[in-house]
Design a protein around this ligand. Structure first.
Ligand code: G3H
Ligand code: 13P
Ligand code: ZN
Length: 332
């Protein structure tokens, strides 16, 4: 049993309060390996941004939960060594059961998501409440994110055939009964690199897919019901077309890729949305740079020679998000 404070980590409580009143969102970046973690910390130190390091079920399986926990501990020391102590949260992304949340809390996570969004409403309430009771009763309060509404899209362990927008009429009851610390809502974002079907989009003069706008009307309704309550957006990669083109130039195939435009995320970040989840954009950046090295330098076989450029590009991407999309730069 480890408390996150022993690791130098923080929960989301104060960070969300500041983000909601300050009109910005915290970056929640998924990580599975050392290069991703290094890039996240380098970018967040450079831009003086707080950060949420997210671990999915897939990441726990791929990299081992204990190893990831110790990487987060290392991230705290790494930031210090880079010259600026930033607040770092270690968060379980899409926790699928009470047991997984409990396990992560006992491992030293400072925040967990219990994702009961696919369950009937009353079961979602009961499960989320159970996780909150456990997390909040720890010696060091662990924060809990719940979810109402289902995101469309398919991404490994996180899948939902159809999206169901969050119903604003449910949020007061859900937050009141569960005592959750933040709420993920569904307003049109979805996981992965192909967030909409081409028939849901229009095309610009260059044939690039333009997605339908997010449902800001639902977000506004939710904000009216629970003023100032921390809201979370999942599935918020923008799927930069430059990376898609680069991947395709170097032999990949990613047809019908489309993400959430940055201006819409910027608008959301100025509202009660205080955590924005980004994973796919990092995957695209890494893949693009690795493919480039493989094609341009076919005799290269030292992993540092392709993981290094991928890490450098990732850092650039995260710094850009903090500065120009989320508004979290300068808030640490
Ligand atoms: O929400 C989903 C994240 O992108 C994590 O994906 O389950 O493939 O690690 P993953
Ligand atoms: P993206 O697939 O849009 O990056 O979303 C990631 C996410 O929501 C992680 O929980
Ligand atoms: Zn998600």
């Amino acid at each position: 049993m480890t408390s996150y404070k022993e690791l130098g980590l923080v929960n989301t409580k104060d960070l969300f309060k500041k983000a909601v009143s300050g009109g910005y969102a915290l970056p929640a970046y998924n990580f599975n390996n050392m290069e991703q973690m290094q890039a996240i910390i380098q970018a967040c130190v450079e831009t003086k941004s707080p950060v949420i390091l997210q671990v999915s079920a897939g990441a726990r399986e791929y990299a081992n939960q204990n190893l990831l926990k110790n990487m987060a501990r290392g991230a705290v020391e790494y930031a210090h060594e880079l010259g600026y102590d930033i607040p770092i949260v270690l968060h379980l992304d899409h926790g699928g059961s009470f047991e997984i949340c409990k396990d992560c809390i006992e491992t030293g996570f400072s925040s967990v998501m219990i994702d009961g969004s696919h369950l009937p409403y009353d079961e979602n309430v009961a499960l989320t409440k159970k996780v909150c009771e456990f997390a909040h009763s720890q010696k060091d309060y662990v924060t809990v994110e719940g979810e109402l509404g289902v995101l469309a899209g398919v991404e490994d362990d996180v899948s939902a055939e159809h999206s169901h927008y969050t119903q604003p009429s449910e949020v007061i009851d859900f937050v009141g009964k569960t005592k959750v610390d933040s709420l993920a809502i569904s307003i049109g974002t979805s996981h992965g690199r192909a967030k909409f079907k081409p028939e849901q989009c229009t095309r610009n003069a260059d044939g690039i897919l333009i997605p339908p706008p997010l449902r800001f009307d639902i977000l506004e309704e939710v904000e009216k019901k629970i003023p100032g309550f921390p809201i979370v957006l999942h599935g918020s990669s923008s799927v930069p077309i430059e990376y898609v083109h680069m991947i395709e130039k170097y032999g990949g195939k990613l047809s019908d890729s489309v993400g959430i435009p940055e201006e819409q995320l910027r608008r959301a970040a100025k509202s009660a949305v205080c955590k924005i989840n980004i994973d796919s954009d990092g995957r695209l950046a890494m893949t693009a740079l690795i493919r480039k090295v493989f094609i341009e330098k076919p005799d290269e076989f030292d992993p540092r020679k392709y993981l290094g450029p991928a890490r450098a590009e990732l850092k650039k991407l995260y710094a850009h998000k903090n500065q120009n999309v989320l508004g979290s730069a300068g808030q640490a």
